[in-house]
Design a protein around this ligand. Structure first.
Ligand code: SAH
Ligand code: SF4
Ligand code: F3S
Length: 481
């Protein structure tokens, strides 16, 4: 099959920043040609999503594009006429998984006429994996990136009419696209993008290359979206960005800062507001003040530490040291004493010494996290850390990972056990996966709580008495209203 390369990923270009260039805001293109609408009749799609909330949100948008075209969703990846993998590039195992899943589609790609197998998302923005896909998976016939989701109709049409494989990945700083269609996966909680991209270039991280320059949406657009969600009956919004504390830096408007945005969102009176991810190097006290002032801003914070050692933090380009981090936690707890605090930590950064790793354990023991996401460093092609010499064996990294996990599990278990006997408010959102007679949801503090009950609880905020604790979940009894 012939290949049309409109544009191929280019990491060097993707990593360039030109701060003179003004960020463009435009409306999404949503025009559907009669040809495409006609083709879509009676046809189906399947969308596989990996990665973070940014990808989940993008998948909600892609789903809406496909549904508006007239395609029906199917769970059957083999029979679907259009299969899209919305991929993640953060660690190597995320990528390996995709190759495995693609391999399973070989037969059905032959059997279903004009089957479209597409890759999009962060992995599509990477050079080496896309060269690999180009050579080893000839039935992947469409590749697009994180910057051109709303070209999807034109790309599908190009694929169908030319019968060529289309590669269209733009390595650019990016725009802000408004008026995107959306088909939300959850009816209770919603993600709201407040900014795209990232300019931090932590030396291990691929995100600034796959998602472009940091660019903020306007407060007006964000508040409009939250108000509309509230009117639709949503109970919770999570404001999304790779570094929410830097919100507005690009807008250069003193009224567009994260604390002001958070306050404006709280004032919509939507019952629950959360946000993620915050960066310790950019926090201002004003954000804590706003959190403490509004009852509908939930008392939880995800504050990635990455490492507790100052030398490693410097080599990671994180712009804070362990003292600054610990001072920030102290300040946070002075405003919200019972805050539920979680973090991200990477072990086995290139040449990390035993002593440097022990500093991470020390900070964890001092902070007493309620939960943490821990990772073994995964070299990402094109990032500075990829080229750093590394004398730490994988076995040693694994040992450190397990030692860290033990420290985190201990503090999480103790923290959860203190909840027994308390009465908490839970927003129920799912039937428990393990036990269908249990309904699950999150407390204000972002603790997972299960109670005996029926699905009519979903979407409700109810008082629950906690009767049992596990490391990462609680069991409770529903109190009558
Ligand atoms: N913007 C967010 C989240 C980025 S990705 C932040 O700055 O916190 C989520 C987490 O993945 C990161 O916090 C980091 O702990 C981890 N991560 C990122 N790149 C990684 C890599 N190359 N190897 C291992 N873990 C990584
Ligand atoms: Fe990656 Fe750092 Fe940006 Fe987070 S802040 S997305 S870890 S570069
Ligand atoms: Fe993965 Fe991209 Fe998110 S690399 S973690 S999907 S921003």
């Amino acid at each position: 099959m012939a290949i049309t390369i409109k544009s191929f990923p280019d990491l060097k270009k993707a990593g360039k920043r030109n701060y003179q260039e003004k960020i463009q805001t435009r409306l999404a293109s949503k025009t559907i040609s009669p040809f495409l609408r006609n083709w879509a009749k009676g046809k189906t799609f399947n969308l596989q999503t990996s990665g973070c909330q940014a990808n989940v949100r993008d998948s909600e948008i892609i789903t809406a594009f496909l549904e508006n075209l007239g395609l029906q969703h199917t769970d059957n990846i083999y029979q679907a006429n259009v299969v899209i993998f919305n991929t993640c590039a953060i660690r190597e195992n995320a990528e390996k998984k995709i190759y495995g899943e693609l391999g399973q589609l070989k037969q059905s790609a032959k059997e279903i006429p004009q089957k479209i197998v597409a890759i999009c998302g962060c992995m599509a923005q990477e050079e080496k994996p896309m060269r690999y896909i180009k050579e080893h998976f000839p039935y992947v016939n469409l590749v697009f990136g994180t910057h051109n989701i709303d070209s999807i109709y034109a790309l599908l049409e190009a694929c169908l009419t030319s019968e060529n494989r289309i590669f269209d990945v733009i390595s650019t700083t990016g725009e802000v696209v408004e008026d995107l269609p959306s088909s939300r996966f959850d009816k209770t909680k919603a993600f709201v993008n407040i900014m795209y991209g990232c300019d931090n270039f932590c030396t291990y991280c691929i995100v600034p290359y796959t998602r472009g320059r940091m660019r903020s949406r306007s407060i007006e657009e964000i508040v409009k979206e939250v108000n509309s969600l509230k009117e639709q009956g949503y109970k919770e919004v999570t404001l999304l960005g790779q570094n929410v504390n830097a919100y507005g830096y690009d807008l250069k408007d003193p009224n567009s800062t994260f604390d002001k945005l958070l306050e404006a969102v709280a004032q919509t009176n939507i019952p629950r507001v959360r946000y993620t991810t915050s960066h310790p190097g950019y926090f201002t006290e004003d954000v804590f003040k706003v959190m403490a002032k509004y009852d509908n801003i939930m008392p939880s914070l995800h504050l990635p530490l990455q490492s507790g050692n100052d030398n490693i933090l410097k080599r990671m380009n994180r712009h804070y040291d362990s003292k600054k981090y610990l001072d920030l936690v102290k300040m946070l707890r002075s405003y919200i004493p019972d805050v539920y605090l979680t973090t991200d930590i990477i072990v086995g950064f290139p040449n990390e010494t035993e002593e440097e790793f022990e500093d991470t354990l020390k900070v964890c023991k001092e902070v007493n996290y309620d939960n943490a996401y821990t990772f073994i460093f995964s070299p990402r092609d094109g990032t500075p850390a990829y080229y750093m010499p590394d004398d730490v064996t994988y076995e040693e990294k694994l040992k450190r990972f397990n030692r860290l996990k033990e420290v985190i599990d201990t503090s999480a278990t103790i923290s959860a056990s203190k909840e027994v006997g308390k009465i908490v408010e839970v927003l129920f959102d799912t039937v428990s996966k393990r036990d269908k007679t249990m309904i699950s949801g999150y407390s204000r503090h972002f603790r997972l709580v299960h109670v005996k009950g029926d699905p009519s609880l979903i979407g409700q905020i109810r008082k629950v008495k906690i009767i049992e604790s596990h490391t990462y979940s609680l069991i409770g009894e529903l109190l009558s209203e």
